[in-house]
Design a protein around this ligand. Structure first.
Ligand code: TYD
Length: 237
């Protein structure tokens, strides 16, 4: 059984991650690839409870502070990885995740000034070696993203703790995501999220084909060929 691939989607508010995850998941199914979609903070029952504490603003209001919030994000991530992501990958399923470790780097590390050593340690513990195989960074002007996020929100939904912040903070996060992509060129691909939904989906599919599907197919073909030649040698002997 070939291990599944792990793809994460990152970016600021309102960049369209959810729509693109849905489209990629549909595309992968047409290719016969089984996949699951998940999100952070959350993804597992316990992590969803932590999500509520973080996004409702409760942690902030109770004076937990940025480092405490970073620890909560990491604790939720550790459970999500252990109980959902890793078992799925082991079963050969692909996992598409809406936000992951890069969000902590940008939101807690850059915006909230949590010490880099703490962010590094939390990341190591939380992901336990499970770095994504591919990360899409959906890049969009912060004002456009916030406008979309506001338009999408139902009247009954509250603005979350992170959406409430000042526009310059959102612009800085956009830059931080771009810098993170530059520092991790093997794993990260920046996608222009100001394009139409179909254009963005096309960029994503093409990248997934080139970076993950074709190499995996070539690897499988090589394994099959090696196995056949081993069988032939054994028969001849
Ligand atoms: P969500 O409603 O899922 O929004 P979005 O559609 O923007 O992903 O809210 C998740 C919020 O949590 C988002 O503002 C980013 C923030 N966040 C962090 O600050 N650190 C993290 O590690 C993660 C995963 C998310």
């Amino acid at each position: 059984m070939q291990r599944g691939k792990f793809i994460t989607f990152e970016g600021g508010e309102g960049v369209g991650k959810t729509t693109q995850i849905r489209l990629l998941s549909e595309y992968l199914k047409t290719k016969g690839i089984e996949c699951i979609s998940s999100r952070e903070p959350g993804g597992s029952p316990w992590a969803e409870a932590v999500r509520h504490v973080l996004l409702s603003g409760l942690a902030d209001k109770m004076g937990l502070g940025p480092s405490g919030e970073a620890i909560l994000f990491a604790a939720a991530r550790a459970d999500h990885v252990d109980s959902k992501i890793e078992p799925a990958l082991e079963q050969g399923k692909w996992v598409l995740c809406d936000r992951f470790m890069d969000s902590t780097r940008v939101y807690q590390g850059e915006s909230d000034d949590v010490a880099p050593e703490l962010v590094d340690s939390l990341e190591r513990i939380a992901i336990n070696g499970h770095k994504p195989d591919l990360t899409f960074i959906l890049d969009l002007r912060a004002d456009v993203g916030l406008h979309r996020a506001n338009a999408r929100r139902k009247a009954s939904e509250a603005v979350d703790r992170f959406e409430r912040e000042d526009i310059t903070i959102h612009e800085n996060r956009r830059n931080a995501f771009l810098q993170l992509a530059t520092r991790n060129p093997d794993r990260c691909r920046v996608i222009d999220a100001s394009q139409t939904i179909d254009e963005i989906a096309f960029d994503i599919w093409r990248t997934v084909e080139n970076v993950l599907i074709k190499p995996a197919k070539a690897e499988q073909e090589k394994r099959d060929a090696d196995q056949t030649s081993e069988q032939n040698e054994a028969e001849e002997a």
